[in-house]
Each structure stands twice: as structure tokens, then as C-alpha cells.
Design a binder for this molecule. Structure first.
Ligand code: NAI
Length: 335
């Protein structure tokens, strides 16, 4: 079988360091991948004046699958977030974040096993803001039947495919009766097509408290864009933070897998970043590509390493990015 070509966007800051470690570990696990490297972000901006050159998007469209490191976004000025641009231009409507306790990673709970499904294209992130009169600004929250139905169906299909039992829709329809009301109505309509999967709902503020107190009570969470952004980080905090949680942005045909942390300029270039988030996103990608044996080998190797002493500084260890990757490669090769 020939290798699958995948677009690799190492990104900015710590991106190239964690991407390098990820590529080595996936190769050691027997992943059959040929990487097509593409430059986006600050380096692309310096080279061509465009932080997201068309060639990057063409490569993703051609290969249908990409692995992306973090990209720096200027705050309050400069170019629009590369992540938002990629999601919008490729219609990656679903943001998926599995949140699972990892052995040896300190966190408040054992055995957390949640999946956060976030609508990625609309809500308050539609970018429709204007000044009504000086001192008064309006931001529009867009909720459509089409996007709400599409994301609800994604969540239930995910359950079927992955043996999950329940979807909880998270909303504030008691206050935003029309917008969140429509999101919820679409959810219940779709749920009726999946009678074997339990469907229930929670108001978002209560959901946050419930997750902090009883994360084991939940399975798959379905949220519109803003609630999804916030609640998915809350969930990451339940298992050790953004440095250990993978993510994916999925459309009908295209899938972009990415770490959820940023480019960490404070530690960039020092070989101390934790590569786990990008690596686990790579493992999700292997599952997506049907390379499940390679995915299993990386997970087993990671469990072995984390049960020992080797870990990066953010997890209380002293290993460099390279040393952590070396340990993982050894664990995989000796299994
Ligand atoms: P950040 O996630 O880059 O950093 C927050 C803190 O976490 C820093 O102290 C950093 O050192 C630490 N950290 C992050 N990832 C780590 C890793 N793998 N290993 C060890 N420590 C890690 O968030 P921040 O500082 O808010 O954003 C920096 C830049 O990244 C900004 O330009 C932002 O726009 C961009 N960003 C990009 C994202 C993406 O491309 N998906 C997501 C979030 C932010």
C-alpha cells in the first residue's frame, strides 16, 4: 500500500519543535504517511506578505487531511486568525475535542472520558459586529437550521461510530429563546432519528458547574460556537490542560488535526515544549485514516512513558522535547 500524503503545517513558535517530535514518533509507530510540508503564519507573512498562501489551502484540499501546529495571531490588529480562515474557507464545521485522563498526568479526576463537539462556523463568531452609535456596539449571533442540524447529526453519527451512548446539548435557550431555541429544536429533531442514543440537555452555566463537580456523568457534549470554545477549555483543564489535549476540525470531506494550545512564544526555540497535544492530534488523524495499529502503538508507548519518570517541564519533569520524543520512540520500538 502506498503512503497517504498528508499536509503538514508546522506553524509558528513551538510549532516546528512539536511537529518534528510528532513526525518522528508517528514514523516509529509505523504510520504510512508522506508529509507535504506547507508554511503558514509569521514565516509565510515574511516571505510573501500572506500568512495563509493559497498553496497551503490547495494542498489541504488536494490531500483532504492535514496536521497543523499552532500559528501566532496578532491581537486586536494585523491579519485574521489563520485558524479561523482555514475553518471558514474549507467549511470545517465541526470542532472535535476528545478529553481523556492520561496516566501519570496530574489532574483532579481519574477516568475522565468526554468528547466535546463544537459548531465551528457561526454563532457569535460570525464576525458581524458594528458600532450602532458611538459608545454602543452590536455583535450578531447567527444560528441557522442548516448548521445546527449538520452539527447535531455529526454528534450522533460520532456516537454510532465510536460506541458512545449519550449526547448532551448545551444551551441558554431560557434567555436566548430564538437562537439557542432553534439550536435545541434541531438537536431534538436529529436525536429522534437515533433512538438507541440517549439525548438530553443542560443550560450552559449549570453545565460548567456539573462538569467541574461530576465530569463522569457526561459522555458527548454538543455546543454552539462560543459555549463550545469555553467549555472545551474547561474540559481540557479537567485532565491536565491544553498541553495534553488533541483536537480536530472536520468538514464533509476535509479534516485538519491540530493541537489546541498556541505557539507559546515564551518558550519557543528552547526545546522544552510538550509535544503531546500535537502528537495525540496525530493519533486521532491515524484513526481517521484507518491506520489504527499505528495509533494503538503510539497510545501504548505514551502510556508506558508516562507511567515512568520522563515528562516535559509543564508536567513537572525535566525532559526536553527531543528527550521526550526519544523515550517515546524507544518505548514504541521495544513493544
Ligand atoms: P499558548 O497556548 O501559546 O501559551 C499559554 C501558556 O501555555 C504559555 O505559558 C506557554 O508556554 C504554555 N504552553 C502552551 N503550549 C505548550 C506546550 N506544548 N508545552 C509546554 N507549554 C505550553 O497561548 P497564548 O500565549 O495565549 O498564545 C500565543 C499565540 O498563539 C497567540 O498568537 C495566539 O493567537 C496563538 N494561538 C494559536 C492557536 C492555534 O494555532 N491553534 C491556539 C491558541 C493560541
Amino acid at each position: 500500500m502506498s503512503d497517504k500524503t498528508v499536509t503538514l503545517i508546522p506553524g509558528d513558535g513551538i510549532g516546528p519543535e512539536v511537529a518534528e517530535a510528532t513526525v518522528r514518533v508517528l514514523a516509529a509507530a509505523g504510520a504510512e504517511i508522506e508529509w507535504e510540508r506547507q508554511i503558514a503564519g509569521k514565516e509565510a507573512m515574511a516571505r510573501s506578505g500572506d500568512p495563509l498562501p493559497d498553496e497551503v489551502l490547495h494542498s489541504i484540499v488536494r490531500n483532504k487531511v492535514a496536521l497543523k501546529g499552532p500559528v501566532t495571531t496578532p491581537i486586536g490588529k494585523g491579519f485574521q486568525s489563520i485558524n479561523v480562515q482555514i475553518r471558514k474557507r474549507l467549511e470545517l464545521f465541526s470542532n472535535l475535542r476528545p478529553v481523556t485522563t492520561l496516566p501519570g498526568v496530574a489532574s483532579r479526576y481519574d477516568d475522565v472520558d468526554l468528547v466535546v463537539v463544537r459548531e465551528n462556523t457561526e454563532g457569535l463568531y460570525s464576525g458581524l459586529e458594528h458600532v450602532v452609535v458611538p459608545g454602543v456596539v452590536e455583535s450578531l449571533k447567527i444560528i441557522t437550521e442548516k448548521a445546527s442540524t449538520r452539527i447535531a447529526r455529526f454528534a450522533f453519527e460520532y456516537c454510532r461510530k465510536h460506541g458512545r451512548k449519550r449526547v448532551t446539548a448545551v444551551h441558554k435557550a431560557n434567555i436566548m429563546k430564538l437562537s439557542d431555541g432553534l439550536f435545541l429544536e434541531c438537536f431534538h429533531k436529529v436525536a429522534s432519528e437515533y433512538p438507541e442514543i440517549e439525548a438530553d440537555e443542560r443550560i450552559v452555566d449549570n453545565m460548567c458547574m456539573q462538569l467541574v463537580m461530576h465530569p463522569h456523568r457526561y459522555d458527548v457534549l454538543l455546543l454552539e460556537n462560543l459555549y463550545g470554545d469555553i467549555v472545551s477549555d474547561l474540559c481540557a483543564g479537567l485532565v491536565g490542560g491544553l498541553g495534553v489535549v488533541p483536537g480536530a476540525n472536520l468538514g464533509t470531506e476535509i479534516a485538519v488535526f491540530e493541537a489546541v494550545h498556541g505557539s507559546a512564544p515564551d518558550i519557543a526555540g528552547r526545546n522544552v515544549a510538550n509535544p503531546m497535544a500535537l502528537l495525540l492530534s496525530g493519533v486521532l488523524m491515524l484513526d481517521h485514516l484507518g491506520q489504527t495499529e499505528a495509533a494503538r502503538r503510539v497510545r501504548a508507548g505514551l502510556t508506558g512513558v508516562l507511567e515512568g519518570e520522563t515528562r516535559t517541564r509543564d508536567l513537572g519533569g525535566t525532559a526536553s522535547t527531543t528527550e521526550f520524543a526519544d523515550a517515546l520512540v524507544r518505548a514504541i520500538e521495544s513493544s
